[in-house]
Design a binder for this molecule. Structure first.
Ligand code: AMP
Ligand code: MG
Length: 703
């Protein structure tokens, strides 16, 4: 099963009397979202009993209609580790739910016995606590009025999830502001009521696999505080705005990302759905930028030949990202461009650990000269920590990647020791902390990992995985349509007369676009026929950009430039470069068109130099310059002034740049022979072996 048809978000209340008849804050609000783009329905409930009845009716109707529901509640589903066992004898939090349901009495008018139950629970623990806070009428020696009066009860103050979210309130406080404790005591029995009612059709995240028609999850509405602040409407009650915004945000998540989030967290303490994924929850699909302006390629009047750098800076200034965002699992994030900068969700390594296989001990107990340490029982291995504290003066077997146990701060290499069954010996002194890795020495929690727009490569995926990222916000792929034109073209492999040639540009352009992470829309090969070309351009206007090749100059059969000129907004850029006649830049029904020369050599050069950075920018990747290396020439050439030149080139084994034997722009073999381009400036130049030239490896274009 995947995806939820209905997302319900509940803001709970621990009031002891019915809420006012007119919707008021701190009462129960329920948002029901039936689609990512549908306004959630908000209902207000004066009592827990009424809200529970309404939820049962709602969930029953959804189930009957075959619709899957996720219901989120804003109170903890569990207590700090150890509490459940102390109360019920089991670590299973759902057994604790039943125990609470057995003891809590919560009348239809909200009157309840939570202070009495909290007192009983406190009596199960030594000292005083952990529950605290009550109105004077309920004061008793076993339920302290102030948190600071508690002592010796042995329970942790916070769950792990609350340690990560310091502004969340712990679950022990029962009275006055932020009394999460009362919400839990009066909430879990009601959830238990839902569990009883729906049986196997309902599961509780993260305690059970979330693969049932109804899933319950713990939520925390102020996780999206800034989004709520921005989206809150005039006179809207904060609680209502929170459930509304969160229901929509959850509904807009890709089903796979939400399914993954529902499995995260602690099997005993529970977890807040979506914690650590705020950037994903915050990224709505409505972030699609406005379209480009029709005149964006216009050149200032009077411009004739445009130097390459000028052409590039014009493109850079006029284009901008045109894609929306989406969330993808890490496994599918390679080559994608990050939509936001990402920070480490956990440190790497998360705890101090051993860098070698060896023996760990406390450095303070060692000195110089021969050292003999008694070997303790047990060992510490990666993922299987040694529980307990190592006594000073003893050594413990420890393996690479194992967390350092208490009492160990230094590790000696196994190869440096003499080992018996009961002791090890080695030569001191050893440096304190040797052979250990400090927590966070690689990456600290919260540290910036990769900047926005970065195009993810496999090593980046390793870093993101290691620091706790499972799904990440990326820009949607740029859709680029590709069209070849020319009466002489046939599809590779088809029958062709000796006057016809195979379309070489389309496979090349599609391959380039794929390598750059764009989505290719292949609109095929067209004859030099204005009507067919017009139809294809119009189809291509559905994409984010169009690449055409052929027919781009001003000859009789150059219909691309004719059409773009008469029916689109064309700027023929006469760029001072060779090879490459005019590059036709145009807008066709709001979509930019890069009209490339038909010649495969010129088509490749123009795509690498102009289309690549332009498309990168439109795809959210920022402006990217190719890698330029200064290297000695291994060839001779005398260059005329006027235009920049790009030669097909590659490196010789001794690091010189050699060029292809012919500069003919029809020589496709040279493109394949080459591993890069030599870029020569517009000025006249005499090149002899050893002259420094600028080499642009294909690899530096992301190929
Ligand atoms: P054009 O820009 O249409 O004048 O074409 C210039 C040269 O490139 C001509 O020799 C065309 O035959 C050739 N050409 C055009 N398109 C392609 C293509 N898709 N594949 C191979 N050669 C092409
Ligand atoms: Mg042609």
């Amino acid at each position: 099963m995947n995806g939820f048809d209905t997302i319900i978000v509940v803001d709970w209340s621990a009031r002891s009397a019915p809420s006012p008849a007119k919707p008021a804050r701190d009462a129960i609000f329920i948002a029901t979202s039936r689609g990512p783009d549908t306004e959630p329905e908000i209902t207000y409930h004066r009592t827990r009993d009424a809200a529970t009845t309404a939820l049962i009716t709602l969930l029953q109707a959804e189930c009957a209609a075959g619709r899957r529901s996720l219901a989120g509640f804003d109170f903890p589903f569990g207590y700090p580790s150890g509490f459940a066992r102390a109360v019920t004898g089991s670590d299973d939090p759902l057994i604790l739910w039943q125990a609470l349901a057995d003891h809590i009495k919560d009348a239809p008018d909200n009157r309840n016995n939570r202070f009495a139950v909290a007192t009983e629970l406190n009596n199960l623990f030594p000292g005083l606590g952990p529950f605290w806070g009550c109105p004077p009428a309920h004061a008793n020696p076993d339920l302290p009025a102030r948190g600071s009066l508690r002592h010796g009860h042995g329970q942790a103050e916070r769950r792990e999830v609350e340690r990560r979210l310091p502004r969340a309130q712990p679950c022990w406080k029962l009275f006055t502001t932020g009394s999460v404790g009362s919400q839990v005591l009066l909430g879990l029995p009601r959830l238990q009521q839902l569990r009883r009612h729906f049986g196997a059709a309902l599961s509780v995240s993260p305690f059970q696999p979330p693969d049932t028609p109804i899933v319950l999850a713990e939520i925390y509405p102020s996780l999206l505080a800034s989004q709520v602040k921005a989206a809150r409407r005039e006179n809207e009650i904060l609680d209502a705005a929170q459930v509304r915004v969160l229901a929509t945000a959850l509904h807009r998540l890709p089903p796979a990302a939400l399914a993954h989030m529902l499995t995260e967290g602690d099997a005993e303490e529970g977890w807040i759905l979506g914690l650590g994924h705020e950037e994903v929850l915050d990224a709505g699909p409505d972030l699609i930028p406005p379209p480009l302006q029709n005149d964006c390629f216009a050149l200032p009047p009077g411009v004739d030949w445009t130097p390459v750098p000028t052409a590039l800076s014009r493109l850079r200034a006029t284009l901008r990202p045109v894609v929306g965002q989406e969330i993808v699992p890490l496994a599918r994030a390679n080559t994608r461009r990050l939509a936001t900068e990402l920070h480490a969700k956990r440190a790497n390594p998360p705890r101090p650990n051993s860098a070698v296989d060896g023996f760990g001990f406390a450095h303070a107990a060692t000195g110089s000269g021969p050292q003999v340490l008694r070997l303790a029982q047990g060992r510490a291995a990666a993922g299987i920590p040694f529980k307990g504290t190592l006594p000073k003066g003893q050594a413990l077997r420890i393996l690479t990647g194992a967390s350092l146990p208490d009492g160990v701060d230094t590790v000696v290499l196994e190869e440096d020791c003499t080992i018996t069954d009961t002791a090890i010996a080695f030569h001191g002194p050893v440096k304190p902390g040797s052979n250990t890795r400090k927590a966070g020495e690689d990456v600290a929690e919260g540290q910036q990992l990769v900047p926005k727009s970065h195009r993810l490569r496999p090593p980046d995926l390793a870093l993101l995985a290691a620091t706790g990222h499972a799904s990440i916000p990326v820009f949607q792929r740029l859709k680029v349509a590709v069209i070849s034109t020319g009466d002489e073209l046939r599809e590779a492999g088809d029958r062709a007369t000796a006057d016809q040639i195979y379309d070489a540009n389309r496979p090349m352009l599609a391959g380039l676009l794929q390598a750059w992470g764009h989505e290719v829309i292949d609109l095929g090969r067209l004859p030099d026929d204005p009507a067919r070309i017009r139809a294809a351009l119009t189809e291509g206007a559905q994409a984010d950009a169009i690449l055409t090749s052929g027919g781009a100059s001003s000859g009789d059969e150059d219909h691309i430039s004719k059409l773009l000129g008469s029916e689109g907004q064309l700027s023929s850029w006469r760029i001072a470069l060779k090879p490459g006649r005019p590059l036709a830049l145009a807008m066709w029904q709001g979509t930019p068109v890069f009209g490339l020369p038909g010649n495969p050599v010129a088509a490749l050069v123009c795509t690498l130099i102009f289309a690549r950075p332009a498309l990168d920018l439109m795809a959210g990747g920022g402006w990217t310059d190719p890698l330029r290396l200064r290297l000695p020439a291994g060839f001779t050439k005398s260059k005329k002034p006027g235009r920049a030149e790009y030669l097909r080139a590659r490196l010789t084994p001794d690091g010189q740049v050699e060029t292809f034997k012919s500069e003919g722009s029809g020589r496709i073999s040279g493109l394949s022979w080459a591993e890069g381009l030599v870029e020569l400036p517009p000025e006249a130049m005499t090149i002899t072996p050893g002259t420094p030239v600028t080499y642009l490896p294909y690899a530096g274009f992301g190929l």
